[in-house]
Design a protein around this ligand. Structure first.
Ligand code: HEM
Ligand code: 2DC
Length: 469
């Protein structure tokens, strides 16, 4: 018979003392490594309470399967407290990211049709393809400018711009022009605000935002300023499309992007459309760009893999006669490369769910309404679940042996990442165009680690060299 909840290993009895110790071991920027250590110390399940944050943590794919297979119709994850607090403070509506129950499901089903369904994918492939091609043009221009036949740079901000240009083209059906030398300062301000917003979220995972607000802490103030900029810039983009539509400046026959399509359908109130479009525009910047940065870093260290991918891509393109939708369906090694990148470098350190019923994990009773976190960063680096986890080896995803609940980088089920298809298509097309044109190189012997900025990121700048083939 299973053991009681109160016998779970871990530090869960002294939450504020734990938080103090966590702060002492520099835990705030190191959540991922601390989780790895906790699993080594306590085994495959532990319970923890840090300040206000209480959870049960698991690492085994079989336990993840138990959690996700019982998640029900309205799965709920940990709601980031400061994101809720901002909206409550400013009286802004929630989008799918923060909604619950039937309200969440209603929005989500409408949005799925626009961004996650195969039909939607057909529409945004050409939109994302042109942005990928323009990035290549920009790289050629930088190479010419360098007069050295190559371009070496920290590409982080270039990729932020690429990602914002991409997601905006899908959402609004128009280009912002972020792949030029001089860009709209508003767009750069938006990009910087997202970085600040993520950065200032971290301490408020554990310390109630309301408390920080009352003591007028800088973290809280920076956080609301960041969200204010995010909402204001997104609102400008939304208003522009809304006006164009009302004045019939765009023909209603051509595809006008996700926003135009939502406005015409009239299935969601305008306030909810705005909230959701703002979330997608914000969620679509740092996620895909940082993943692409990691992908290029790993590819730079694996020249033989780059060659293999080029062969796969050329073959696929020839067979598809340039039809990019077909190309995307015939590049299995490239798909695996992205999966492998996300295994070692997930955006999200965990994927979490509140249990709806009592379940048993590792022979412990877990009551309903418990926050269970699957430590996907720790799982991805554990030799019990991936042989030679330290090796970047996309081919591991192509063999048929057990991949059961191991690829959770976008979450799982009806509450998985809403932007998953956009992200996947955007990243595939980017790498296709880059690999067709450039060799990706990096200095050897520079090992880059990971830091927790709410999403996981490289802990130092990555310098990449792009050289025409
Ligand atoms: C949710 C990862 C890109 C918008 C999530 C979740 C993860 C995730 C792990 C939680 C899923 C769960 O709880 O099961 C990623 C990764 C990305 C990415 C790895 C790229 C490499 C994007 C993009 C967008 C986006 C491009 C916007 C278009 C969202 C939204 C949610 C979400 C709105 C909340 C969905 C809901 O609660 O219904 N993402 N994401 N993400 N993501 Fe992404
Ligand atoms: C952060 O302990 C660590 O995709 C916490 O595009 C648990 C947690 C909960 C929700 C996760 C978050 C972590 C990381 C960032 C995620 C978020 C859900 C969605 C969000 C994974 C793991 C992200 C980056 C969205 C953000 C869109 C938003 C800012 C409008």
């Amino acid at each position: 018979v299973a053991r009681p909840f109160n016998e779970l290993p871990g530090n869960w009895k002294t939450s504020w003392l734990n938080l103090y110790r966590f702060w002492q071991e520099d835990g705030f920027r190191n959540v991922h490594n601390i989780m790895v250590h906790r699993f080594q110390k306590f085994g495959p399940i532990y319970r923890e309470k840090l300040g206000n944050y209480e959870s049960v943590n698991i690492i085994d794919p079989e336990d993840a399967a138990t959690v996700f297979n019982t998640e029900g119709l309205y799965p709920e994850r940990f709601s980031v407290p400061s994101w809720m607090a901002y909206r409550d403070f400013r009286n802004k509506p929630y989008g799918v990211l923060l909604k619950k129950g039937e309200a969440w499901r209603h929005d989500r089903l409408t949005l799925n049709k626009e961004v996650l369904s195969p039909r939607a994918m057909d529409k945004f492939v050409p939109l994302l393809n042109e942005v990928g091609e323009d990035f290549v043009k920009r790289v050629y221009m930088q190479i010419e400018r360098s007069q050295q036949g190559r371009w070496t740079a920290d590409l982080t901000n270039e990729l932020f711009r690429f990602a914002l240009e991409s997601v905006s083209n899908v959402l609004y059906g128009t280009r912002l022009g972020l792949l030029q030398d001089i860009i709209d300062p508003d767009a750069q301000q938006f990009i910087n605000a997202i970085t600040t917003m993520f950065h200032t979220t971290t301490p408020m995972l554990y310390i109630p935002p309301d408390f920080l607000r009352r003591i007028s802490s800088k973290t809280w103030q920076d956080h609301i300023t960041a969200w204010d900029i995010i909402f204001m810039q997104a609102d400008k983009c939304i208003q522009k499309i809304y006006r164009d539509l009302r004045q019939n400046r765009k023909s209603t026959k051509e595809y006008m992007g996700v926003l135009g399509s939502l406005l015409l359908q009239d299935k969601l109130p305008i306030e909810d459309i705005k909230a959701n479009v703002t979330e997608m525009m914000t969620g679509g910047v740092d996620t895909t760009s940082i993943t692409l940065l990691w992908a290029m870093y790993e590819l730079a260290r694996a020249p033989a893999l780059q060659e293999k991918l080029r062969t796969e891509i050329v073959t696929a393109r020839t067979a598809a006669k340039g039809d990019m939708l077909k190309v995307l369906k015939s590049v299995p090694l490239l798909r695996a490369t992205i999966k492998e990148t996300i295994r070692l470098h997930p955006v999200a350190v965990t994927v979490q769910r509140y249990t709806t019923d009592e379940i048993i994990l590792q022979n412990y009773f877990i009551p309903a309404k418990t926050l269970v976190q699957v430590g996907i960063y720790a799982m991805g680096r554990d030799p019990r679940f991936f042989t030679k986890p330290e090796q970047f080896n996309p081919e591991r995803w192509l063999s048929t042996d057990c991949k059961h609940f191991r690829g959770l980088g976008f979450g799982f089920g009806p509450r998985q990442c809403l932007g998953r298809r956009i992200a996947e298509v955007e990243m595939h097309l980017f790498l296709i165009h880059m690999l067709e044109n450039f060799k990706i190189e990096t200095k050897r012997g520079v090992d880059v680690g990971t830091t927790f900025e709410l999403i996981l990121m490289p802990d130092k700048p990555i310098y990449l060299t792009l050289r025409p083939l």
